[in-house]
Write a protein that binds this ligand. Sequence first.
Ligand SMILES: Cc1ncc(COP(=O)(O)O)c(C=O)c1O
Length: 371
Amino acid sequence: MKIAQFLPWIGKDEYDATASCFEKNWITEGPKAKEFEEKLLELTGARFGIFAPNGTLALYLGLRALGIGPGDEVIVPDFTFIGSATSVEMTGARPVFVDVNRRNFQIDLTNADAIVTEKTKAIMPVHIYGTIADMGAVTAFAARHGLKVIEDAAQALGVRRSGVHAGCFGDVGTFSFFADKTITTGEGGMVVTNDESIYERLRYLRNQGRINRGTFVHPEIGYNFRMTDMQCAVGLRQLEKLPEIIERKNRILDNYKSQLGDMPGIKFFEPDEGADLIPFRVCILTDQAEALSECMKENEIETRTFFYPLHRQPCFEYLKDEGAEHSMDDSSFPNSIYGYEHGICLPTYPTLSDEEINYVCDVIKEYKDGS
Ligand SMILES: Cc1ncc(COP(=O)(O)O)c(C=O)c1O
């Protein structure tokens, strides 16, 4: 049996949903985009939203709309997908890394006051692996230091904490609709905000420096960050499936937990009290991560490691020379390193069958029995 790490749940429904774009001869952002935007605002509870071509560019737009640029610093967790940090670099600002907690790998600000300088302008909590950061702690930290908050909620569509949707606690929040995200449009992203003046800036930035298309007078500098109506038609169909996607993903996690949860040396991580978990990945922690992953590979099960710590990324070597006041040493990021060395993402996607989960669990049990 061969099992992928992830497969998007798309098919004839999504294919059929795009037909009206061709029938109406409207393929760039149009009626489907409007409807998709409205439905996403309804889901998240945000007042305003704009689309972006992907989650990385959504972050870039959000940062630019907050006025982040060259000379600024933005606090980013050391443990996240590279796009969180490269979006900061794209604005000309510097990402400054902070460790995460070991419970569920969300940003940990316990010792972060010392990394704030006069250049620090914003903080970017990343809601990782389908749960949500401690936004009470983040917003208190931001208020204490006068920082803007941009939430990377690429992995957290549908996820709430105390009833508030991820992406809606800070000044802006962003989502990704990449193929492995909770819902997908192939590529795609969104920025949400409750602040009308930020929304205005986002609109100029994404639409060639003007509010509406069809004029060639451009009051500001802006660019093209549109999606297509075909993508939005797919997104609308995916949104209809969202309750079932969530239910299936939770059922898959429960199944894994019922078979592996009591096994010595295997730990699942838990959301905080009051925080949802829509398992973006099924994450386990084990002392034998490398050898177990190798064994699973030999049995044609595709696993993923946890993220490689950002402070170790070759592409961020240059940061070591640029700001001696910010530590890039392993000693500052013990939990991020722990996650990388101990974490395994097990296959999870809505169409993963019980039989396939049983196979994955059997391979893990056999490995554990023999080790
Ligand atoms: C946490 C996080 N941030 C940002 C991104 C970037 O999104 P995209 O791939 O749509 O650019 C991703 C996507 O994988 C992500 O997981």
